[in-house]
Design a protein around this ligand. Structure first.
Ligand code: FES
Length: 167
């Protein structure tokens, strides 16, 4: 004890033992994190299976053409209650609809008809209004496109295309 420096008395920490505990804690953290990833992947896989078994999304009336003048847009939920989408009438005979969730971090995109784009105000992401393709900023993928069918004056959503084809 007499050979020990004075600071040892004030800070009696056993460094090798302390590192051993830290390593064990780190290993525990890594195991728990890996387990969380595995559970997350299983959850995603289960969701995918459930969605496939549910069959095609329903056909839902989302608007009337008389409520949608040329150059206007309206929002609706499809296919589920909280899946916000935007329907845009670009010309007399042309309608487009997309999921309103930006493919970057899910902010709501806003149509800017005069510029021909859908803009995400969160990080200045831009999508082409006619195709939904990501054209500028951080969004990594096109917006999911909502398939539409017009019967008389009524506009129906009939499905969701997750990849927008160009051309
Ligand atoms: S959330 Fe849309 S660009 Fe980031």
């Amino acid at each position: 004890m007499a050979d020990e420096p004075r600071w040892r008395e004030d800070f009696p920490i056993d460094w090798p033992e302390d590192q051993f505990v830290a390593r064990r804690d780190f290993a525990k953290f890594m195991v728990l994190t890996s387990l969380a990833f595995v559970v997350g992947q299983l959850w995603i896989a289960a969701q995918s299976v459930v969605r496939k078994r549910r069959g095609p999304p329903p056909e839902v009336k989302v608007a009337s053409l008389r409520d949608l003048p040329i150059g206007s847009a309206l929002t609706f939920d499809y296919p589920a209650e909280h899946d916000a989408c935007v329907l845009i009438r670009t010309r007399d005979d042309e309608l487009v609809a997309y999921s309103q969730k930006c493919t970057h971090l899910s902010c709501a995109v806003v149509p800017e008809l005069d510029k021909g784009v859908l803009r995400c105000p969160c990080h200045e992401g831009y999508f082409d209004l006619k195709t939904g393709v990501n054209i500028q900023g951080p969004p990594p993928r096109p917006l999911p496109k909502i398939r539409l069918r017009v019967v008389g004056d009524d506009v129906f959503a009939t499905g969701v295309d997750l990849t927008t084809k160009v051309g």
